[in-house]
Ligand binder design. Structure first.
Ligand SMILES: *Cc1c(COP(=O)(O)O)cnc(C)c1O
Length: 410
């Protein structure tokens, strides 16, 4: 029961909007610019989740094989959609677990400090969960984060990173570098990193390269396979609209597809599918990314993600990019009209615009926008993030932002 969208460009835009439930305040729709944090609910999510609940009530354990969409390999329905967005082959992608958990699991395979090659390089000010992940991984290997974690910082007085500075830091770390772990799009500044160049630089010094794509998947164009990225993980609840705490995703490059010798933490759902239910001794991993799976997964969560993936499947990626750029440029033009505001986000970016508010009025402005039913988010000490998501935001909503800003500063 797919909702088929017509494919003429303008009507696609209008139809997509009607496929999401917009939150309301005082019974009026809100202009929602927080898709970078939690995407909106596709109307079909309720249908697919109900379907699982119904099958569970009527079939119980038989649902694994006889549900409307059988549960035991439900994840396989989602893989092609996610692989397309990641720029990867189907065999390189799977859905499982949570983002931070998946990163930890991937570190088991891809962070193997040896001899003098012990260091991890990441951007300074990375998302806290990633910082804690790296810190505790280093400690797990008996390494002091003070010494073995290299954080690439912006230049004096700047907030964004120059690609040449990242490459220089990687080159300087040289054969001491075990792993480059970078985010695809920086959560706070909205900067989209040059992932191809970063990956090449990491490989040139013999390091592994892994990515956190939380803010990149469904937002910016990705070509993980041809960029030769070793591994990546992401959550499916931001731009991908899978719902709060949704099951996450991971990618492992094809070159590791048939490497049962690689260190990994096994579980039965990563075991070779042909003989999984013989329940024999001795872990035999599936080929490809599915060889990193551990458990039978949360079908309710996969069901809501399926609703969103069916929408993405019907949207041409170049159309999505075009809409994203037009909406973002529109918002940037609006912001430019107000001298009290400054865009932090550099040109290389996705949908998100991070705006700093001069004169200490940031929090006040954020609250005013909220009161005007414009939902962005606030980061101390001076940053408002507004994200027009091409899947459900439109230009009229950005006009509303302009009106609200005029009222506030006028
Ligand atoms: C959103 C986000 C997370 C969240 O991690 P969870 O494990 O899903 O709670 C982690 N890292 C980055 C970079 C994020 O943007």
């Amino acid at each position: 029961m797919i909702h088929h969208l017509s494919t003429t460009p303008q009507s696609l835009f209008e139809q997509l909007e009607t496929q999401f439930l917009k939150p309301r305040m005082d019974r009026k729709p809100v202009h929602y610019f927080c898709g970078n944090s939690l995407g909106l609910q596709p109307i079909m999510a309720r249908h697919y989740v109900s379907e699982v609940l119904n099958d569970w009530s009527e079939l119980a354990v038989d649902g694994h094989f006889y549900a409307t969409n059988r549960w035991y390999d439900f994840h396989k329905q989602l893989i092609p959609s996610l692989a397309r967005l990641a720029g990867a082959n189907n065999s390189e992608v799977t859905v499982m677990g949570t983002l931070t958990g998946n990163l930890h699991l991937l570190m088991v395979s891809f962070f193997q400090p040896k001899g003098k090659r012990t260091k991890i390089l990441m951007e300074a000010g990375a998302f806290p969960s990633d910082q804690y992940m790296v810190e505790t991984q280093l400690k797990f290997h008996g390494l002091d984060p003070e010494e073995h974690l290299i954080e690439v910082k912006p230049r004096e007085g700047e907030r964004i990173l120059h690609t040449e500075d990242i490459v220089k830091a990687i080159t300087e770390a040289g054969d001491e570098l075990a792993l480059v772990l970078f985010s695809g799009v920086q959560y706070l500044t909205g900067q989209a990193f040059d992932l191809e160049t970063i990956t090449r630089a990491g490989h040139q010094v013999g390091a592994m390269v892994g990515l956190d794509l939380a803010h990149a998947m469904g937002n910016v164009g990705l070509k993980l396979h041809s960029w030769n990225v070793d591994f990546a993980a992401w959550c499916n609840y931001k731009y991908l609209n899978g719902g709060p705490g949704c099951i996450a995703g991971l990618y492992v490059h094809e070159k590791y597809a048939n490497r049962p010798d690689m260190n990994r933490f096994g579980g039965w759902w990563g075991y070779d599918e042909e003989t999984r239910f013989l329940m024999e001794k001795g872990f035999k991993p599936m080929s490809g990314a599915q060889g990193w799976q551990m458990s039978n997964e949360n079908v309710l969560s996969m069901a809501s993600l399926k609703a969103s993936m069916q929408l993405f499947d019907q949207v041409p990626l170049d159309w999505l990019e075009e809409q994203r750029k037009e909406l973002n440029q529109h918002l940037a033009l609006v912001v430019k009209k107000f001298p009290e505001l400054q865009v932090i986000t550099p040109k290389r970016r996705g949908a998100q615009l991070s705006i700093s508010v001069k004169g200490g009025r940031g929090k006040e402005l954020f609250q005013f926008l909220h009161h005007s039913k414009i939902l962005g988010d606030w980061r101390e000490p001076d940053t408002i993030r507004l994200t027009p998501a091409p899947m459900y935001n439109n230009h009229r909503e950005i006009d509303r932002v302009e009106e609200a800003l005029s009222q506030f500063f006028g």
